[in-house]
Ligand binder design. Structure first.
Ligand code: CAA
Length: 285
């Protein structure tokens, strides 16, 4: 089944990125969040990205106008009613996600596939109470969405093969490489990446080196495109802490014990780039 209309629930960094790539690929996109201010901020970010692409000669003013025309924003979930695929990109809280899926089930027609961008929660658990477990799938994007090529596609226990195929096809339509992963905490990338970031935070906490030195060491010594602590700030320290706490609980293995440095940053409200401060200060940038 071809996808024409894409719904995105949640206009934060990831939701805005997914809406942006959808609109750029010629899909009609409905972007929904609780408050108009969140939607306005998301559209502003997309315009900024497209303006940069215009100035680099990668797209024209006309392309930009077409992309913008492809997006509708709303604060009412009812506007998802004619979407072929809706991607949920809301807060990483399993109970809030489960409720959102029930609400979406009430609104969307039976054939609509509903995907979760969860960073690692069980798709089976989200699907079980959704009212349409065969039509629920994980589609995990990476930050920044317009740049990162991968989407992990994760079937739950009752996801139909047709649903997985639609998700894989949607990735192709929006220019992403889909890799199918079995359901396991963190899927592929976060299972490996998040403990690495957590270890970097622990090294920082223990005073092994400064944040700048840890990041430079990993860039120069391991060819990482970005240092781990700068990446913590980019992803969101609150999100990382939630993910690593979930791993610790699910695997019961001390190797996933959350770093005190991550906990302290979250307690202080220093979530990274989005809050203006994390391991680095972004308030003057
Ligand atoms: N939105 C859109 N485009 C962006 C962007 C953004 N937020 N940030 C950078 N770009 C674009 C730039 O415009 C530039 O485009 P051109 O090639 O057309 O000029 C390109 O990306 C490179 O940007 P820069 O030269 O400014 O900076 P850079 O070389 O440092 O690259 C980066 C930026 C690609 C983000 C790089 O730092 C990087 O690869 N970082 C690692 C990102 C990563 O690992 N993400 C995964 C996080 S884990 C996750 O998301 C999953 C989860 O569940 C937690």
């Amino acid at each position: 089944m071809a996808i024409n209309k894409l719904g995105v629930l949640g206009a934060g960094t990831m939701g805005a990125g997914i809406a942006q790539v959808g609109a750029q690929s010629g899909l009609q996109v409905v972007l929904i969040d609780l408050e108009q201010a969140f939607l306005d901020r998301a559209i502003k970010g997309m315009i900024k990205n497209w303006d940069r692409d215009v100035s680099k000669g990668k797209i024209t003013e006309r392309n930009k106008a077409d992309f913008l025309n492809n997006i509708t924003t709303s604060t009412h979930n009812i506007d998802f009613q004619d979407c072929d695929l809706v991607i949920e990109v809301i807060v990483e809280n399993i109970d809030i996600k489960k409720k959102a899926f029930k609400d979406l089930n009430d609104i969307c027609p039976p054939q609509t596939v509903i995907a979760s961008n969860t960073s690692g929660f069980s798709i089976t658990e989200i699907a079980a109470t959704s009212g349409r477990p065969d039509k629920i799938v994980g589609m995990h994007f990476f930050n920044p969405v317009p740049v990162m090529k991968l989407v992990e596609v994760i079937p739950g226990a009752d996801t139909s093969e047709e649903t997985v195929e639609l998700a894989m096809e949607a990735c192709q339509t929006i220019g992403k490489k889909a890799i199918r992963a079995k359901e396991a905490p963190g899927f592929i990338v976060n299972r490996i990446l998040v403990p690495y970031l957590n270890d970097a935070a622990t090294a920082y906490q223990e005073g092994v080196a400064s944040a700048e030195e840890i990041d430079e060491a990993m860039k120069l010594g391991a060819n990482m495109p970005i240092g781990p602590l700068a990446l913590c700030d980019l992803v969101g320290i609150d999100v990382l802490l939630m993910v690593i706490e979930y791993f610790y609980k699910e695997f019961g293995d001390p190797k996933f014990r959350p770093s005190l440095a991550l906990k302290q940053k979250v307690r202080a409200g220093h979530y990274g780039v989005k809050s203006g401060k994390g391991f680095y200060d972004y308030s003057k940038k």
